[in-house]
Ligand binder design. Structure first.
Ligand SMILES: [Zn+2]
Length: 421
């Protein structure tokens, strides 16, 4: 392409010298060719980093719609998202989409783990492109994500966490080090139980909160689950039958049969996973302890699982003990927070700007006017055309005898006279 553009420039120059009577027009065309050439260069069109997240409503602000969550009263401090680190294990159909969502939301740091490479067979899902075939999934993800949002710090770990070496590097990468924060949340987006058990082990050892996700192999259902070591059930507390029975899941796979996958189901599960991640990190709404998705019936079951005191994972049992021991301290902290919230509420109005002049008054202080009068009250100069609907007005009854009755008496007299004659 570069060569083509260069020869086009030469042609334009010779055209200008030979026949053109509008050299200015040719110069303009040459400038356009140079601009097209610049755009085609690698790295062109990339946006520069943004120092502070701004709520300014301009087309050039990548965060204006996200910062608007504050003005809408959903999130107290959206910019705090930059302080968080999220690790995603498994950059497949769910993990890659979750990574893109968090990148676009401006997460501070993303750690990506996968050992696989991009294949053409992955193209029925979202995120990866055919030109990335052969790249490791983590490198391909970093390439795309850094283009989308250069503010996010991306770390790529092309390794298998189920190997001894891989597990060591995985656990080390999650720990807090001098000048480097730990991880706030781990998202498990793997497609097998062995890897889930490894993430579970690492999180129980570190006391690390994580979220599990999964899509069924018939591609029509999925789930997400929040796991807080000691507080909720871990993955081994109520293991799936395959794990509990100790069968090697690889032996269950039939030759030539692969799991089905749909970009829709995976997109929904990734959306639910990141939605709950945002709620968990930015402290808004309610984080689902377990949320299922059955796409055939559009059914979303929820439930909560307590930890199993007889869990086979010793680190889980340790975390459960710690959780029970710390209960008095947690209760005291919760009570102090409630009292602080209550006193803050009584101190004054929550909203300083009140453009609609809405005020809250005590029910007892309201001067409740007579209910029959309230609907009748109209501004000066206006009158009701029709009577009020709930008021039945008695028809006017004449004091004197009805004219109809008079007529009947008169008729009776005439009949009597006729009978008599
Ligand atoms: Zn457990």
């Amino acid at each position: 392409m570069e060569e083509e553009l260069r020869s086009l420039l030469q042609d334009l120059e010779s055209f200008k010298l030979s026949t053109s009577d509008r050299p200015d027009l040719v110069d303009q065309m040459k400038q356009r060719v140079v601009r097209i050439g610049d755009l085609a260069k690698p790295g062109a069109g990339k946006r520069s980093k943004v120092k502070d997240m701004s709520a300014e409503v301009v087309d050039s602000n990548p965060y204006s719609r996200l910062m608007a969550l504050q003005r809408m009263g959903i999130v107290e401090n959206y910019e705090k998202i930059r302080d968080f680190s999220v690790a995603i294990v498994g950059i497949g159909g769910v993990g890659s989409v979750a990574a893109e969502m968090l990148t676009r939301c401006g997460i501070g740091r993303l750690l990506l783990y996968d050992y696989d490479t991009v294949e053409l067979a992955n193209m029925n899902r979202l995120f990866f492109r055919p030109d990335q075939v052969g790249m490791t999934k983590t490198d391909a993800a970093v390439q795309t994500l850094s283009d989308i949002n250069p503010d996010v710090v991306l770390e790529s770990y092309s390794l298998n966490i189920t190997t001894v070496k891989g597990f060591e590097i995985f656990v080390e990468s999650l720990k807090e080090k001098p000048g480097k924060s730990g991880v706030d949340l781990i998202l498990s987006c793997v497609d097998n139980y062995e890897a889930r058990m490894v993430v579970n082990q690492a999180c129980n050892e570190l006391g690390q909160t994580w979220m599990e996700s999964g899509v069924s192999e018939d591609a029509v259902s999925g789930h997400i689950q929040l796991l807080v070591p000691g507080e909720t059930a871990c993955f081994a507390c109520a293991p799936p039958l395959v794990v509990a029975s100790g069968v090697d899941e690889r032996t269950l796979k039939r030759e030539g049969v692969c799991a089905a996958s749909l970009p829709t189901t995976m997109g929904v599960v990734a959306g639910l996973l990141v939605q709950n991640t945002l709620k968990y990190l930015l402290k808004f709404g309610q984080v689902s302890p377990y949320l299922g998705y059955n796409s055939l019936k559009d059914y979303f079951p929820t439930m909560q699982m307590r930890p199993n005191p007889q869990c086979s994972n010793s680190a889980c049992v340790e975390r459960q003990k710690e959780y029970i021991q710390s209960k008095p301290a947690r209760d005291a902290a919760a009570k102090a927070k409630m009292e602080a919230d209550a006193s803050a509420k009584s101190e004054g109005p929550v909203h300083l700007d009140n453009e609609w002049n809405i005020s809250v008054v005590d029910d007892n202080e309201v001067d409740v006017p007579n209910s029959s009068n309230t609907s009748d009250r109209l501004p000066d100069g206006l009158v009701h055309e029709l009577p009020s609907a709930d008021k039945y007005t008695q028809p006017l009854v004449a004091e004197e005898a009805s004219p109809i009755a008079d007529d009947l008496e008169d008729l009776q007299r005439q009949l009597d006279a006729l009978n008599a004659s």
